[in-house]
Design a protein around this ligand. Structure first.
Ligand code: NG6
Ligand code: CA
Length: 521
């Protein structure tokens, strides 16, 4: 008993010392979240894949704190982004999943709940969302009017400025939206979007209706659909999900998406130089369709998928350069690099990735990837870069992107988080800044609906076939092969109860989204 008391006292003193240290951390003048799309744990040279040179990320890894057990909340995009920006697990909400391109905004707007960007804004930061959005736009009154002011949009969530793609590169509308308006839209050529698969606009070019010869001659070789979802509107030689007509002057050029997003970020950084800034930078890379700018072609040894990864690395360099040029010193700039979900090699296009990436495990040393509950689904590359403040090194702390909001709240001294906001976010600032090796001891991992696995230290409880449960010990079995459930029924029972309890916390599951917009998506 005495030993136990001594240990508890020791831990309490240590925590107090660490918390005093985090209180002494300076407030960064620039906070950047650099969010890659579908980038796996083992997809870059910074995490060990020599075939994809990423010099900018390597620099970040050398100078920063590299996490080896950091997670997105989900193994797909929308729920991960929702959780990062709200601090609440997306899987608590009914119908949460990958959104179509015409979905209504699902984030709480200002006045409903406090989100990460709204908090940064209240704390005096100028805020911007640049790049992939995929969190819906407008109120869900169909059809969305793409031809006027689209509202609510990132502005109502707490972003002063935005330059975004509504959803994904493979979903219509294929245009950029700046501060709620489609960029370069000709009012005489209005945009219309429809997601009913059998729908057709007059004169719409639809891959599903094309002959083999038309597909061969009219589509880019890497722009051909491999499934029944990606074979709708053909834009710039690539078939997409959904139907679109009009907006010709506003259509993006796939090979220049990264450059356009980079330019928007550079503009925001330059125009706000001198002010505290919060930039949520969402690369379109390395999501499908993969169509890199020709200057990146052949720059990796993994074909087109590796080349778009090199392109993503360039974006990181561009953003960092712009920050330096605008006078944000390295020690004033906190940059968190991570990805929204695990990797996928073939994801709807005949782009040669399966052949080019033969032998490459993008999630190594883990198994699974995007869409899965295995470690590869949510275990992300994650680097905290803050030279002079956060010491370079590696951290094995278990952390999750949902924790970023409360951790940043502590960092900037924001204590007015309402009771209904950031429900699942935990302050991980000591771990994020390398002041503690201790992260969470438990974390639910999500793929779709309310399908969850549970990490408990190095153990993982995973749903198995026929409503059974499996148990893996990741410290000896990172690929999740040896089911220990039959040998450790007590632990399995305890973890099932824990998972159940986590689901019941903070409003439970099947909640309605906390937003005034009608629930029609
Ligand atoms: C899926 C698409 C996939 C990708 C994904 C979204 C099919 C069969 N697959 O529905 O290609 O677009 O949605 O990716 O349509 S995410 O990174 O935004 O979650
Ligand atoms: Ca993604």
């Amino acid at each position: 008993m005495q030993t136990l008391l001594r240990v508890s006292l020791g831990i309490a003193l240590l925590c107090a010392a660490v918390s005093a240290q985090t209180e002494r951390l300076p407030k960064p003048r620039a906070i950047i979240i650099f969010y890659a799309d579908d980038l796996g744990y083992n997809d870059t040279s910074a995490y060990g894949c020599a075939k994809v040179p990423c010099p900018h990320l390597e620099t970040l890894a050398q100078q920063g704190l590299v996490f080896t057990d950091a997670h997105s909340t989900s193994s797909v995009c929308t729920p991960s982004r929702y959780s990062l920006l709200t601090g609440t697990y997306a899987w608590r909400y009914r119908g949460m999943g990958i959104l179509p391109g015409d979905a209504r905004l699902i984030l709480p707007i200002k006045g409903e709940q406090l989100t990460l960007p709204a908090m940064m804004q209240l704390a005096g930061y100028r805020t911007a969302a640049i790049g992939k959005w995929h969190l819906g736009l407008g109120r869900g009154i169909k059809p969305t009017n793409w031809n006027g002011l689209i509202s609510p949009s990132p502005r109502e969530v707490g972003f002063d400025e935005s330059f975004i793609m509504a959803a994904t590169g493979d979903r219509v509308p294929c245009v950029f939206i700046q501060n709620g308006r489609v960029v370069n839209l000709d009012p005489a050529d209005p945009i219309r979007v429809n997601y009913t698969p059998s729908f057709r606009f007059p004169n719409e070019l639809v891959a599903a209706d094309m002959t083999e010869e038309q597909l061969t001659t009219q589509l880019k070789p890497w722009g051909r659909s491999a499934d029944k979802q990606h074979d709708k509107t053909v834009i710039a030689g690539i078939s997409r999900i959904g139907h679109m007509s009009g907006g010709k002057s506003a259509l993006w050029n796939d090979q220049k998406i990264a450059d356009r997003i980079n330019e928007a970020a550079v503009r925001f950084i330059r125009e706000n130089a001198g002010h505290p800034i919060f930039l949520y930078f969402c690369a379109n890379d390395i999501h499908v369709p993969r169509d890199p700018h020709p200057r990146w072609r052949g720059k990796s040894q993994l074909g087109i998928r590796g080349d778009v990864t090199v392109q993503m690395d360039d974006s990181l360099g561009v953003v960092r350069n712009a920050l330096a040029e605008a006078g944000y010193k390295a020690e004033e700039t906190l940059l968190i690099f991570t990805s929204d979900n695990g990797p996928v090699i073939a994801d709807g296009y005949l782009d040669g990735a399966l052949q080019d990436c033969a032998g490459h495990n993008p999630a190594a040393p883990y198994s699974g990837g995007k869409y899965t509950l295995r470690e590869g689904g949510t275990r992300m590359p994650f680097i905290v870069h803050w030279p002079g403040v956060v010491q370079p090194g590696k951290s094995a702390a278990l952390i999750c992107q949902v924790d970023i909001s409360r951790s940043l709240a502590h960092l900037i001294g924001f204590s007015a988080i309402p009771q209904d906001s950031m429900l699942d976010s935990q302050n991980m600032l000591p771990a994020l800044c390398g002041l503690s090796k201790q992260g969470r001891n438990e974390l639910p991992e999500h793929n779709h609906a309310t399908n969850l696995a549970l990490r408990f230290n190095h153990y993982k409880l995973m749903p198995g076939p026929n409503a059974s449960w499996q148990l893996f010990d990741l410290s000896t079995d990172p690929v999740e092969q040896n089911d220990l459930a039959p040998k450790q029924p007590e632990l399995v029972r305890m973890l099932i109860q824990r998972l159940h309890a986590i689901k019941q916390q903070n409003g439970g599951i099947n909640c309605s989204l906390p937003t005034a917009a009608p629930d029609t998506w």
